[in-house]
Design a protein around this ligand. Structure first.
Ligand code: NAG
Ligand code: NAG
Length: 423
C-alpha cells in the first residue's frame, strides 16, 4: 500500500511528461509503466537492504514503527569488513568526568525540570534483550530523497569551517551555523548537555539541528566527521518532530557514511534508544526545560569511537577502520546549531535555530549547550581550552559563551532566522 502510494506520485509525473511528448500515446504508456515499476523496484530493493527482519515491532504514537532486530542482524554487518566482527558489548574504558552528572540537574537554574527525557515509542513497548530498536524506513522516506541512492546521506558538506581562508566556503550553500569550537590539540572525544526544542521549519527541504561534531583532517575531500544531537528534518523523516540522530563520514560527506543506521557502519548494542526516533518531552518558552547529554569518546584499547546517551545508555560504537584522519584522534570539536537557508525570493528563511530566540534572552527562552567538555589523551573529560565561536550572520542566528560552577563552559545559541535585522 505504501509502495503504491509513492509510485502513484511518480506515475502522475510520468503521465504529465507523456502529454508533453505526445508522439505515440501507446509507447508512451509502456515507457510510463516501465519507469514507474523500475523506481518501485529500486525503492523496494533499498528497503529490503535497510529494514532487517524484526523479532518484534512497536508502533510509536508519532507514526513510526520501531523494529526490534536481533543484534547480529543489524545493518552494520552488511559491511564486508565486519563479516567476522565480534561485537563488543561494552567499552574497555569510559572517560572520567568533571561533573557529577546529577549535580547540575538539581541546581537552582534547572529546578523546573520534572521528567527525565525519553523517546516517544517507549510508551508502547520495549525491545527484548539481544535486539536493537531500529526506526523502520518507509517507501515515502526513500522517495523524498533526491535519489534512492542518496537516501540517508547529507546533500553536501555541512561541518562549519570557522576562519576559512576561502570566503566562498563560509556561506556554504545556504547552511548557517552558530557554534562554539576548539582546535589545535588532539581530542579523544567530547561531551555536552543539549537543551531540546522543536524549531519551526519554513520549508520541507530545510532542517534545523543542534549537535556536536568530532572532526579529523583538513576541510578538504578527506574530512572525517562523527556527529550526534537532535534534529528536525521534514525531508528525512516526513514530519516536524525533534529526533535523536547521528551522522558519520570519512570523505567529507561524499560516498561514505550516513544518518543513524541507514548504512553499515555504526554498531549498536543498546536495546532502549533508537537512532532517528522522536524525543519527548520538549522544552517550552518560559516553561519546563529538557536536555539530553551526549558523550562520544575513543576507546584507547580497541580504538573504536563510542557513543553514550544520557547517563545510562551506551549506544554502541563506530569501528575505527571506518576512518582515516580520526583513526588516531580528532583535530577539532564543534558544538552548536545548523539550519539550511534555502532563501526563497531572496529573503532569509524563517526556519528557527534552537528555540528560535537569540542567546541574550537566556535560560528558559534561548537554547543552550552546557557542561561542554573534551576528552584528553589520558581519557579524562576536561574543560575545553581556547573556545572560539562562529556564525555566518549573527543577525539571523547568534552564539554567546559563558562559564560558571554548575554549568561549566556553556553557551546560548540560535535565533529566528528572518527578522527586521535579517531580511
Ligand atoms: C511542518 O511544519 C510546517 C510549518 O512550519 C508545515 O507547513 C508542514 O505542513 C509541517 N509538516 C508536517 C509533515 O507536519
Ligand atoms: C554570508 O552571507 C550573508 C548574506 O549574503 C552576508 O551578510 C554575510 O556577511 C556572509 N557571511 C560571511 C561570514 O561571509
Amino acid at each position: 500500500m505504501m509502495v503504491g502510494g509513492g509510485g502513484g506520485k511518480h506515475r502522475a509525473l510520468a503521465a504529465v511528461l507523456c502529454l508533453w511528448v505526445l508522439m505515440s500515446p501507446h509507447s508512451c504508456g509502456a515507457a510510463r509503466l516501465e519507469a514507474g515499476s523500475k523506481q518501485t523496484l529500486n525503492v523496494q530493493n533499498r528497503l529490503k537492504r535497510i529494514n532487517k527482519k524484526p523479532v518484534k515491532s512497536i508502533q510509536s504514537p508519532d507514526g513510526d514503527i520501531i523494529d526490534c532486530v536481533h543484534i547480529s542482524k543489524q545493518p552494520a554487518f552488511d559491511h564486508p569488513y565486519l563479516k567476522d566482527h565480534k561485537i563488543q558489548m561494552r567499552p574497555s574504558y569510559h572517560p572520567e568526568g568533571l561533573f557529577v552528572d546529577n549535580k547540575a540537574a538539581s541546581s537552582s537554574t534547572t529546578k523546573e525540570r520534572t521528567n527525565p527525557i525519553n523517546q516517544l515509542w517507549h510508551q508502547n513497548g520495549k525491545c527484548p534483550e539481544n535486539t536493537i530498536p531500529i526506526r523502520r524506513t518507509k517507501s515515502d522516506d526513500v522517495l523524498r530523497a533526491s535519489s534512492v541512492k542518496r537516501y540517508g546521506k547529507k546533500k553536501q558538506r555541512t561541518a562549519p569551517q570557522p576562519r576559512s581562508v576561502n570566503p566562498d566556503l563560509i556561506n556554504q550553500s545556504g547552511h548557517q551555523h552558530a557554534i562554539a569550537y576548539v582546535e589545535g590539540d588532539k581530542y579523544y572525544g567530547a561531551k555536552a548537555t543539549i537543551n531540546v526544542w522543536e524549531p519551526k521549519i519554513q520549508q520541507s527541504n530545510e532542517f534545523s539541528l543542534s549537535q556536536l561534531w568530532i572532526l579529523g583532517g583538513s576541510f578538504g575531500e578527506d574530512l572525517n566527521s562523527i556527529e550526534a544531537g537532535w534534529q528536525v528534518s521534514p525531508d528525512l523523516y516526513g514530519d516536524n518532530n525533534t529526533r535523536l540522530f547521528t551522522y558519520w563520514t570519512s570523505d567529507a560527506y561524499q560516498a561514505t557514511g550516513c544518518y543513524n543506521l541507514l548504512c553499515s557502519g555504526f554498531i549498536q548494542i543498546n536495546n532502549e534508544i533508537s537512532m532517528g526516533a522522536s524525543i519527548s518531552p520538549l522544552s517550552s518558552y518560559r516553561g519546563s526545560q529538557y536536555d539530553i547529554s551526549i558523550l562520544i569518546w575513543k576507546d584507547p584499547k580497541e580504538g573504536n569511537w563510542w557513543m553514550q546517551f544520557g547517563n545510562d545508555y551506551v549506544l554502541g560504537y563506530w569501528p575505527s577502520f571506518l576512518f582515516s584522519n580520526l583513526a588516531d584522534s580528532a583535530s577539532m570539536v564543534e558544538w552548536g546549531g545548523e539550519v539550511v537557508n534555502s532563501e526563497l525570493d531572496g529573503e532569509h528563511t524563517s526556519t528557527q535555530m534552537g528555540s528560535g530566540h537569540f542567546p541574550e534572552e537566556g535560560f528558559g527562552k534561548a537554547s543552550y549547550f552546557r557542561n561542554i567538555q573534551v576528552v584528553d589523551g589520558s581519557n579524562n573529560l576536561k574543560a575545553p581550552k581556547g573556545i572560539g565561536t562562529f556564525t555566518e550572520q549573527s543577525n539571523c542566528y547568534d552564539v554567546q559563551t559563558g562559564d560558571n560552577g554548575d554549568w561549566g563552559h556553556y553557551f546560548y545559541y540560535g535565533g529566528p532566522g528572518k527578522n527586521s535585522n535579517c531580511p
